[in-house]
Design a protein around this ligand. Structure first.
Ligand code: SAM
Length: 274
């Protein structure tokens, strides 16, 4: 990163974006406003921002005056934000790795947290799975992610992007691809296209597996060998006898099965193990 990419803000922060922290800062005010409109934060909300960076979204979120917690790993940026919000007690900056941040430490009411973030793309999938551990504390999540990741998250049966990420996230949440964001909205510009997505944890699970770890294992194993038929890819997990009890055509490929089909297979494994 050259010095020319350092961005001097009105408040004097002179920060060179750090690639290892996935730093692509939003500068396009129209895009920032569109994201804020999609979140529509209101008094009484419990807001949690991941990776506030130089505060492009934070400014708008803090202006609502409702409680706002921010988790930032970059010490320089976190210190800058701590000083910036020193006199605003409704804003708390946590100088921490979000992957180690326990959302329960905020003592949220059930389904109360509204999580926001222009996420560091290099760790976006681990961040999503970390947050899902607290899905019963989360109202919704609005994230900027790599477009390709959003397409995988929202993909349905038969779609070329359909796979493990989409199935597992759709198991826990309703997913909505909101809009795309051009690379020109960021400094420095990312090499990939971006998009805004909303995830809303299900209040009542539409389809519930008896054991989620088994479901994860079935989906992972099936998609590890995408080109194989189900009978072959799941051979180590499901016998022909067990398959015969299920209303599923075992000559299909993994991308042709719905979440409900995977839950049926997972439950059959769980039942046969007990
Ligand atoms: N929100 C700002 C914006 O939109 O301009 C910055 C977004 S930038 C894509 C990602 C931010 O996440 C950076 O500020 C980076 O330092 C921070 N970050 C990276 N890894 C993190 C981690 N493990 N935990 C918390 N924050 C992290």
């Amino acid at each position: 990163m050259t010095n020319s990419s350092a961005r001097k803000l009105n408040n004097g922060l002179n920060h060179t974006p750090r690639k290892r922290f996935g730093q692509n800062f939003l500068h396009d005010q129209a895009v920032i406003q569109r994201i804020i409109d999609a979140i529509a934060p209101k008094p009484g909300d419990r807001l949690l921002e991941i990776g506030p960076g130089q505060g492009a979204l934070t400014e708008h979120l803090a202006a609502v005056g409702t409680r706002l917690d921010c988790v930032e790993l970059d010490r320089d940026l976190a210190d800058f934000l701590i000083a910036r919000y020193e006199r605003e007690p409704h804003v708390a900056i946590h100088k921490q790795d979000v992957l180690k941040f326990e959302l329960d430490s905020l003592e949220p009411a059930p389904y109360s947290l509204r999580v926001i973030g222009n996420l560091p793309y290099n760790i976006s999938t681990p961040v999503l799975f970390h947050l899902l551990r607290f899905n019963q504390s989360i109202d919704d999540m609005v994230f900027m992610l790599q477009l390709e990741v959003v397409q995988r998250m929202a993909a349905g049966v038969g779609d070329k992007n359909y796979g493990r990420l989409g199935l597992m996230l759709q198991y826990f949440c309703e997913i909505e691809h909101l809009f795309n964001v051009p690379s020109t909205a960021f400094t420095p510009q990312p090499k990939v296209s971006s998009a805004i997505v909303r995830l809303r944890p299900h209040r009542t699970m539409p389809i519930a597996a008896r054991d989620v770890d088994t479901l994860q294992n079935v989906i992972r194993t099936a998609f590890n060998q995408r080109r194989k038929t189900l009978r072959n890819s799941l051979k180590t997990l499901v016998s022909d006898e067990v398959f015969a009890t299920l209303p599923i055509d075992v000559t299909q490929r993994p991308e042709n099965l719905s979440l409900k089909d995977y839950v049926l297979i997972s439950d059959a494994i769980t039942d046969n193990a007990t």
